[in-house]
Design a protein around this ligand. Structure first.
Ligand code: F6P
Length: 420
């Protein structure tokens, strides 16, 4: 019988539950009977608000310790019962932070091998955002935002005091969950599910990503680069057309650059998606043209012909004087994409970027030859719709601009939060 337990490991905010769901969904799509057994769900059912208090997680609190052991045991029993029947892969979603806990799991689950899957996330921006999001959970409904944050931080502190990274366990995989990357592993070769799980873990996973460019600006009309120009009336009409086109489509996250044209484009869309989380990331700011910022292409050609010539010769690698190249851009855009995908998890997201940024983003998905990347066509009245999971690869360009769609009012993103 080839069955497998997968026990998640990691402190809160490391992406364990998203990973657990992906493993379940990816295996189910292969026809493999997979199910999640979540300690947190059992805890909330059994103890309710009592277990929200941080002291419940204090290792010196014997009531909390015993209650958590009981919850763990209850969950393991349920998983074993299911595995004795139709179950093939039981995923145990919990922090499983201490070595003692993991030894207990290995000692209890003798019926099938246990693969420990540790999720690591060392990006402070993401950790911070994850912790802030936890404060919105129903569990903290009776708390003020500040109280909820303080309580959750205290809970993490307690977990940190007992946390042991993986090492002695028989089968394990340590994953950077912000980069879909296996950092180290001790494979369970005997399990036919190991390869399928590994594939899921390393796959870029985004069931619904919209990638749009800001609407037309005065600079676009003039052929001027960089800067922070506002949209033209046509640009605002494009923003409105995009918003109308997206009306009724679920969008949980909207990522923009920190530039005015991106915020103005997002504004009418956000009015129609008031629940969406919004985040402005500097990683999505347009290529920095250094000494050439705010100049016309024609001016650069006349006054700095060496720039135009060098750029024409190798547009991907050429960096503007005191500015960036596409090659340089790649690293920060990749970081921005990782952040956006991690935060959105499996929820639909929209990235509102710029010409060069969107070219690089597309190249990260399509692995284009580098010399072609700076020439990818990025229209201002179409967006890319991307869906990537191990079982579905979709990449389509969708036009959204209704002919002559009027701009009904000027809207601007109010007080966007700027990160990084
Ligand atoms: O022209 C609009 C713009 O977004 C500029 O701000 C930016 O410098 C340029 O596109 C990037 O495109 P290219 O690399 O083709 O000049």
């Amino acid at each position: 019988m080839h069955k497998l337990y997968v026990a998640m490991v990691g402190l809160p905010g490391r992406g364990k539950s998203t990973m657990a769901r992906r493993i379940r969904d990816g295996l189910l799509a292969e026809g493999i009977a997979a199910r999640i057994f979540n300690n947190g769900d059992v805890r909330r059912q059994l103890l309710g608000s009592e277990s929200t208090e941080p002291d419940f997680y204090n290792p010196d609190n014997s009531f909390g310790r015993q209650a958590r052991e009981l919850i763990c045991r209850r969950n393991l029993e349920e998983a074993q019962t299911w595995m004795a029947g139709e179950g093939e892969v039981a995923i145990l979603d919990a922090t499983n932070a201490s070595r003692a806990r993991r030894q207990f799991i290995e000692a209890t689950l003798k019926d099938h091998p246990v693969l420990f899957l540790e999720c690591v996330n060392e990006d402070p921006l993401l950790l911070n955002a994850c912790i802030r999001r936890k404060a919105d959970l129903p569990e903290y409904a009776a708390y003020s935002r500040e109280e909820a944050l303080a309580s959750f931080m205290k809970r993490i502190e307690y977990y940190e005091t007992i946390y042991d990274p993986l090492s002695d366990e028989q089968y394990w995989m340590c994953v950077d969950s912000t980069a879909n990357r296996v950092l180290a592993e001790h494979p369970c070769e005997s399990s036919p599910f190991y390869a399928a799980i590994r594939e899921i873990v390393v796959s870029v996973w985004t069931p619904c990503l919209y990638l749009a460019r800001h609407g037309q600006t005065e600079f676009n009309v003039q052929g001027r680069i960089g800067g922070d120009p506002p949209l033209t009336a046509r640009g605002r009409a494009q923003a409105l057309a995009l918003a109308r086109h997206m009306e009724g489509k679920p969008i949980d996250w909207v990522f923009t650059s920190t530039r005015m044209r991106a915020h103005e484009t997002a504004a009418p869309l956000l009015e129609r998606h008031p629940e969406a989380h919004v985040m402005a990331l500097r990683e999505f700011d347009e290529i920095w043209a250094g000494d050439c910022e705010n100049m016309l292409y024609s001016e650069i050609r006349e006054k700095m012909p060496e720039v135009t010539a060098a750029r024409n010769a190798d547009k991907y690698s050429y960096a503007y004087p005191n500015g960036e190249s596409y090659a340089i851009l790649r690293e920060r855009v990749q970081r921005g994409l990782r952040r956006a995908l991690f935060l959105a998890g499996d929820q639909p997201l929209l990235i509102l970027g710029h010409q060069a940024i969107n070219r690089v983003l597309i190249s990260l998905f399509l692995r284009q030859r580098t010399e072609d990347v700076p020439y990818i066509h990025i229209p201002q009245n179409q967006y890319f719709h991307i869906a990537l999971t191990p079982h579905r690869k979709l990449f389509e360009r969708v036009p959204y601009e209704g002919i002559g769609a009027p701009a009904d009012k000027d809207t601007a993103l109010k007080d966007p939060q700027i990160y990084a």
